[in-house]
Design a protein around this ligand. Sequence first.
Ligand SMILES: Cc1cc2nc3c(=O)[nH]c(=O)nc-3n(C[C@H](O)[C@H](O)[C@H](O)COP(=O)(O)OP(=O)(O)OC[C@H]3O[C@@H](n4cnc5c(N)ncnc54)[C@H](O)[C@@H]3O)c2cc1C
Length: 380
Amino acid sequence: MDFALDQDQSAIRDLARSFAADEMAPHAAAWDAEEIFPVDVLRRAASLGLATIYVGDEYGGSGLGRLEAAIIFEELSAGCVSTAAYLSIHNMCAWMIDQFADDALRARILPELASMSYLASYCLTEPGAGSDAASLRTRAVKAETGDFIVNGAKAFISGAGVSDVYLVMVRTGDEGAGGISCLLIEKDTPGLSFGSRERKMGWNSQPTAQVIFEDCRVPASNLIGAEGDGFKIAMKGLDGGRINIAACSLGGAGAALQAAQTYMGERSQFGRKLENFQALQFKLADMATHLEAARLMVYRAATSLQAGAPDALTHCAMAKRFGTDQGFEIANEALQIHGGYGYLKDFPLERIVRDLRVHKILEGTNEIMRVIISRQLLAK
Ligand SMILES: Cc1cc2nc3c(=O)[nH]c(=O)nc-3n(C[C@H](O)[C@H](O)[C@H](O)COP(=O)(O)OP(=O)(O)OC[C@H]3O[C@@H](n4cnc5c(N)ncnc54)[C@H](O)[C@@H]3O)c2cc1C
């Protein structure tokens, strides 16, 4: 077992690190405060191959693996958690299209996603179907022409209103997971509209809104995979998505840890630098240890998923649960080390904490990760 990054992986990490430092970190506070979605910066990231990281190179993807994606998202997230996290969702959608759509759809859409002239959103959650996503009610009925007529609404959709393509899980059949299909719905489709932008605790550099379908006519050629495969496709996308979200937690936590280290060397109380108090030294040691443990789990899950290992699902759920819990705790402790200053917007800590909080909720809550893990443990 070799834990060192190879030459290519180190180069990819360095590229993402300098992009985050130059193009993201200096603006992250303003994007958060002014709720700016930095599409121009995302397109510059795309020009470096970061929009279709684990998509094959046939239609412009970078053809890298899950581990490289995790390395990239950790680095980008150190610059801006919220923007990196949106990019991770775009990458997940691109992979789903590459993996499950037919050649015509792949050829038409993937090059646009690679350059980010099209942005993508993932639409599973509904107002009445969150953790129990298989109970979704958005319905697609086949017209005589073969087109699908879609009615219903999706909730909490990242990128909604700005994204150009929406991967929408719809009910085409009976109740339950087997009655769900996946449609690609384009932004200019008549009958597609958006709710108002949600006001959120964090993730403010990307819009979140409802996506509403009223007799929305979608060509049959926009079906991804076979009818009835939608739930499986959605879950397969999320396996990788969960690794990426955990990696984004590592990046935010790493930035917070770094800030705490620096601050402990600068701030004095009781006539001594904070770094001389053993209570804080131990806190820092625990934060670094937990970050390293979470990173190892993310790398393990990425390697497992890449290899198609039978227990990859469990590893992804474990990495998501542990990585996002630890990421949040580390950032929160870094805020504590900054005392009252950590609570001020002059420092990045409060933003990182707000941004990382939602990682415990989305792409399957951490309770649902425990459901997945325990189900495997107790399987007969
Ligand atoms: C900022 C943001 C962005 C998002 N982006 C997207 C997106 O782009 N696309 C998308 O499809 N969705 C998105 N989501 C939705 C997100 O995935 C859901 O919020 C999440 O899956 C939880 O669903 P819910 O909010 O309906 O909570 P609920 O499912 O109602 O859960 C409420 C609570 O009950 C717990 N719970 C539920 N069932 C169980 C159980 N069986 N055992 C134990 N505990 C349980 C949950 O863990 C949670 O704590 C986003 C959410 C947010 C906040």
